[in-house]
Design a protein around this ligand. Structure first.
Ligand code: FAD
Length: 306
């Protein structure tokens, strides 16, 4: 069996694998897509000590760093079932079952998409999902935020300090964010809120976003707003559906962990965007991966598992 088996090959999983392997214990990584969300990222400018890099280059560096160590990398493999026990079992989609003394879940998350024409075409060319990441690219420009929940309203407040103007579009007849956030939002001079707005199309000039089309759900009229960027904030979904009820999760599907990365199941730890950690960022996921691996090592030296 493995001493530490990591599920996920993003920043959290890569950090966990390196920290585990450096203890000289048998370490494996199962990843559907090594690199994770970073593969879909254009430029990264907030990983401290790296002033600027591109997502695919960062992902390749993650993998190269893991390959420096004696880690069994099982890429393009999906985990489908976790069976807890003295020896933990992980069933893969290819039919194999892996056994391990401890497990680290680092399966990450995905942004919920609008699913309208133009969204995929202009992804990273005006369509963005992460205000902490891409906000500074829109300095002095006009942007929209789609979604009036906490993350949408937080994004609008954040962006209002950077960009020229923010239009926030909410599908329903009221914002769903906390009152204190809504009060802050309405106090800002450069934010317009449009309710009952269904986004129907992302419009561009072939190389970048130029406008957004929405339908006013009260009147059924279609409107167009000229802008440079669209931040989609309609939810971040953790890739944890396959876990079912085996590991305790929140109503949003996030794995509940303590400050050591311990889950509700002994020997099972978790890190990164798949968990309850506040703020989903590369540097945070990597730090959490390190924490989870050190906790797994601590667990191994305190338990006598054959
Ligand atoms: P992920 O990166 O999501 O990796 C999850 C891993 O688990 C993947 O390898 C995946 O294939 C694998 N996996 C999932 N399910 C299974 C399964 N069942 N079996 C096996 N493997 C599985 N953050 C920043 O700090 N700076 C930025 O500039 C930045 N820009 C971003 C831009 C975009 C477009 C996006 C989408 C995100 C951006 N982020 C940025 C956020 C950042 O990418 C994430 O916070 C970070 O990647 C989370 O790392 P993670 O390891 O927890 O998860």
């Amino acid at each position: 069996p493995f001493d530490v088996l990591v599920v996920g090959g993003g920043p959290a999983g890569a950090a966990a694998a390196i920290y585990a392997a450096r203890k000289g214990i048998r370490t494996g990584v199962v990843a559907e897509r090594f690199g994770g969300q970073v593969l879909d990222t254009m430029s990264i400018e907030n990983y401290i000590s790296v002033q600027h890099t591109e997502g695919p280059a960062f992902a390749a560096a993650l993998e190269a760093h893991v390959r420096d160590y004696d880690v069994d990398i099982m890429n393009v493999q999906r985990a489908e079932e976790l069976i807890p026990g003295k020896q933990i079992q992980l069933k893969l989609a290819n039919g194999a079952t892996l056994k391990t003394k401890s497990l680290i879940l680092a399966t990450g998350a995905r942004w919920r998409e609008l699913g309208v024409p133009g969204e995929a075409e202009y992804r990273n060319k005006g369509v963005a999902y992460c205000p902490h990441c891409d906000g500074p690219l829109y300095k002095g420009k006009d942007v929209a935020v789609i979604g009036g929940g906490n993350s949408g309203v937080e994004a609008a407040i954040d962006l209002a300090g950077i960009v020229n103007h923010v239009t926030l579009l909410e599908f329903g007849d009221a914002l769903r964010a906390d009152d204190v956030l809504q009060r802050k939002l309405t106090s800002l001079p450069n934010v317009t809120v449009i309710k009952m707005a269904q986004t129907t199309e992302v419009i561009g000039d072939g190389s970048k976003v130029t406008a957004l089309r929405y339908t006013d759900r009260n009147t059924d009229e279609s409107h167009e707003i000229a802008l440079d960027g669209i931040f989609v904030q309609i939810g971040l979904v953790p890739n944890n559906e396959w876990l079912g009820d085996v590991v305790k999760r929140t109503k949003y599907g996030e794995i509940e962990i303590d400050e050591r990365g311990q889950t509700s199941v002994p020997g099972v730890f978790a890190a990164g965007d798949a968990t309850t950690v506040p703020y989903k960022q590369i540097i945070i996921a990597a730090g959490q991966g390190a924490t989870a691996a050190l906790s797994a090592f601590d667990y191994l030296i305190r338990t006598s598992v054959e």
